[in-house]
Design a protein around this ligand. Structure first.
Ligand code: IMP
Length: 201
């Protein structure tokens, strides 16, 4: 990729933009809304498909390199649900609280050793709309679903996600600690490695 070129990001989340900007230092990361790009419809059935759909949509409409991520929770006893619909598990306008309550309800009576789950994050970087070789980074964070909520930090399913490394819920972790363990932290680390490798080629 040429130096000092802009990259459009298919997100308006300032936290995500800051984290990715810290990795892709020489490439100004600009939210797609600044180019008038609407949100893509997430029609994929996998995280990687949705991340590609979002990045390709942004690359097409802003006509430049694009980056997008997709993430969510995968629960074994629910055959992978909520998966790619993690943000809208209990309905299109559902709150985080409603979504996590639905997971707890669906897991009622499931014993502890069968409540295994993981957070997944996929990040895709494309040089152009028809880039046949996008960079694809992925991070996985293994844990278990608790029987009730604990903690005030984080967002989404953090209050019901048991973190074995710290013996507490993800919402009880300090944000800096969560970043070192999380699916997103791991995907960002992999993106750094893949990006630096590509840049050196
Ligand atoms: P997004 O693709 O990053 O917008 O995430 C989709 C959904 O997955 C969020 O709305 C959350 O419900 C869930 N999710 C993703 N990452 C996390 C996390 O770190 N903690 C809790 N929930 C998460």
């Amino acid at each position: 990729m040429n130096q000092h070129k802009n990259i459009v990001i298919a997100s308006g989340n300032p936290g995500k933009i800051k984290e990715i900007q810290a990795i892709l230092k020489d490439y100004p990361i600009i939210p797609q809304s600044e180019f008038g790009v609407s949100e893509a419809e997430e029609t994929g059935t996998t995280f990687v498909e949705n991340a590609i759909i979002k990045a390709r949509h942004a690359a097409e409409h802003a006509n430049m390199a694009a980056i997008a991520d997709d993430s969510g929770l995968v629960v074994d006893a629910l055959q992978g649900e909520p998966g790619v619909i993690s943000a809208r598990y209990a309905g299109t306008r559902a709150t985080d609280e409603e979504n996590l309550r639905k997971v707890l309800r669906n897991l009622e009576g499931v014993p502890e050793d069968q409540r295994t789950a993981r957070f997944i994050c996929v990040i895709v970087l494309m040089r152009r709309q028809h880039d046949p070789m996008p960079i694809i980074a992925q991070g996985v964070w293994e844990g278990r679903i608790l029987e009730q909520s604990f903690g005030e930090n984080g967002f989404g399913y953090d209050p019901i996600f048991w973190v074995p490394e710290y013996q507490c819920a993800s919402a009880e972790l300090e944000p800096q600690v969560k970043n070192t363990l999380s699916h997103r932290g791991k995907a960002l680390k992999m993106l750094t490695e893949l990006f630096n490798h590509r840049a050196a080629q």
